[in-house]
Design a protein around this ligand. Structure first.
Ligand code: PEP
Length: 251
């Protein structure tokens, strides 16, 4: 059966020293609280090696926030999937709306990134989600379907390693959360889209996380929905106690 997951996305926050302290605090709190889900911290590239040195893999897994669509070579400033993997990371966030919006990442690039991540043994946390206008004009189910379909040239075996994060863009960092019913409806829709392509077993085994102003006070209600398998957490992952409060929603 699919895993429940709570993953933090630190974005471009924390110096190296602050990030190591945050990872240490998350790890320490998880020693006292048995988590009933997989806990992941997705951290800036510069922090990966140092964070990996302070977390205990049976308590916390680590991921990057992006990787290159190129395998290697003359791409100054880029970080490849192989480089990310070599730090000890298990996961990589791909297709975050901030990458789509500010860096123009499109479906074709995201497929390449996903293929390289998988080829290097990283599990992609693949983000999808509509903008406010698409929510309001009613096209959100079609928008998200086409974002998921961007991965449909993957083999069933490869697709089964993907975690999907539904993050309505209008809810990210805005304090405005989707209702638990809106999240459930979209997650069920995504699972159906996956089922139509890859069959019921893979669809049932795909973890689908909700992201968008998730916090300790609303996580329990969201995670109680049958198709919501956890959360991708931005702002609230920057304080170890808040992040743990969300992890505890599964207890
Ligand atoms: C995110 O950007 O992945 C996210 C969910 O952010 P926040 O929790 O801050 O809305």
């Amino acid at each position: 059966m699919r895993k429940n997951i709570v993953a933090g996305n630190w974005k471009m926050n924390t110096t190296l020293e602050e990030g190591v302290e945050l990872a240490n605090n998350v790890n320490a709190l998880l020693k006292d609280t048995k988590a009933n889900c997989e806990v992941i911290v997705c951290v800036p590239f510069t922090h990966l090696t140092s964070v990996n040195a302070v977390i205990e893999p049976e308590l916390v897994k680590m991921g990057a926030e992006n990787c290159s669509e190129h395998e290697k070579g003359a791409y100054t400033g880029e970080v490849s999937a192989a480089m990310v993997k070599s730090t000890g990371a298990d996961y990589v966030i791909l297709g975050h709306s901030e990458r789509r919006q500010y860096f123009g990442e499109n479906n074709e690039q995201l497929l390449k990134k996903t293929q390289l991540a998988l080829a290097n043994g990283l599990k992609p946390i693949f983000c999808v989600g509509e903008v406010l206008e698409e929510r309001e004009n009613g096209s959100y189910n079609d928008v998200v379907k086409s974002q998921v379909e961007a991965l449909f040239s993957l083999s069933p075996d490869d697709f089964s390693k993907i975690v999907i994060a539904y993050e309505p863009v209008w809810a990210i960092g805005t304090g405005k959360t989707a209702t638990a019913e809106q999240a459930q409806d979209m997650h069920a829709h995504i699972r159906k889209v996956v089922e139509e392509k890859y069959g019921k077993e893979i669809a049932d085994n795909t973890s689908i996380l909700y992201g968008g102003s998730c916090k300790p006070s609303n996580a329990k209600e969201l995670f109680a929905k049958p198709d919501v398998d956890g959360g991708l957490i931005g702002g609230a992952s920057l304080k170890a106690e808040d992040f743990l409060g969300i992890v505890e929603a599964f207890n």
